[in-house]
Design a protein around this ligand. Structure first.
Ligand SMILES: [Mg+2]
Length: 309
């Protein structure tokens, strides 16, 4: 297993891996709209040999509906390229079980029926435990919140969780795609990246979704990505320079970052996108090495600002 951000990759990831297990929200689209440049990046990566697969914790939409949405945005996708946590949750052979996934129509009566069943001891599988779900109007309660309601009423927790960061959805995705050198691509540390780390699969975090640079500085070891990029295009199609220890600091590309306590100095970083990304990569490794994860909000904010973010 490569060290988070440190080892880098001299070759673009599109040339190293055979299948990209792509998260959807925050990576390819935000709400109904494409992330700028993402459809072109997927197409260019596919041309370079990296087959896209689309992996979502969202159990509310069928693979065909998801594929239609992606195609409408210009992302090449068939229903067979889409793996949802609902598919990964269909694992209860011949046993009556409760499979709880999110849909906007889920109401009190259905939650009550589910509660009676799990309280009676039926196997209970949750598609995911996402506390929130992004909607066009803002953040709304997700499947994890509804699972919590049933858990409180029934006095027990689900027997299994299919979605990220648990492993069934990842396993299902690798099996369905036949991936030999997969890479997980996502925008959330606590689902995409933690799930990849649990499975021992390399991961790329993109900053087009929910994760902000400050979240990266605070990330515990199990939440740290193998690679980091501002967006999908640079993440898949550009090399990832290694982060090296140099005389009291950490260097990535032209940027050298030194962390003393929580004081950060950044030298040599260019102000273009590449320079900022390299500075952030070096800052993350330096910050983690300094074990400054417990620093207060102000220290984290100024560290991130010093790196140009
Ligand atoms: Mg996402």
């Amino acid at each position: 297993m490569t060290r988070p951000l440190e080892d880098g990759s001299e070759q673009p990831l599109a040339a190293v891996h055979d299948v990209a297990l792509l998260d959807l929200d925050g990576v390819l689209y935000v709400g109904p709209d494409a992330v700028p440049g993402a459809p072109e990046a997927v197409a260019a990566a596919a041309a370079a040999g990296l087959r896209p697969a689309y992996v979502t914790n969202n159990a509310a939409r069928t693979p065909e509906t998801v594929a239609e949405h992606l195609r409408a945005l210009g992302v090449p996708a068939d229903a067979t390229d889409v793996v949802t946590s609902a598919q990964a949750a269909e694992m209860a052979d011949d046993v009556a079980a409760v499979v709880q996934g999110f849909a906007p129509e889920v109401g009190w009566r259905l939650l009550a029926e589910g509660t009676y069943a799990v309280a009676a001891g039926l196997p209970w599988i949750a598609s995911n435990l996402d506390a929130t779900v992004p909607t066009a109007k803002g953040t709304a309660p997700g499947n994890g919140a509804l699972v919590g309601l049933v858990a409180d009423a029934a006095g027990r927790r689900p027997d299994a969780v299919a979605g990220k960061p648990e492993t069934p959805l990842h396993r299902e995705s690798v099996e369905r795609t036949g991936a030999e050198r997969p890479i997980v691509v996502g925008d959330r540390l606590d689902t995409d990246i933690e799930g990849a780390n649990r499975a021992g699969t390399p991961s790329l975090l993109v900053l087009t979704g929910v994760c902000r640079p400050a979240d990266l500085l605070r990330a515990a070891a199990e939440l740290r990505p193998t690679y980091l990029a501002a967006d999908l295009r640079t993440g898949l199609l550009d090399p990832h320079p290694a982060v090296r220890s140099v005389d009291g600091g950490w260097q990535c590309g032209q940027a050298t970052v030194r962390v003393d306590g929580t004081d950060v100095t950044v030298d040599g970083a260019t102000e273009d996108g590449t320079g900022r990304t390299d500075a952030l990569r070096a800052l993350c490794v330096a910050w983690w090495a300094a074990e400054a994860a417990e620093a207060d909000d102000e220290a984290v904010r100024s560290a991130v600002a010093a790196a140009g973010w």
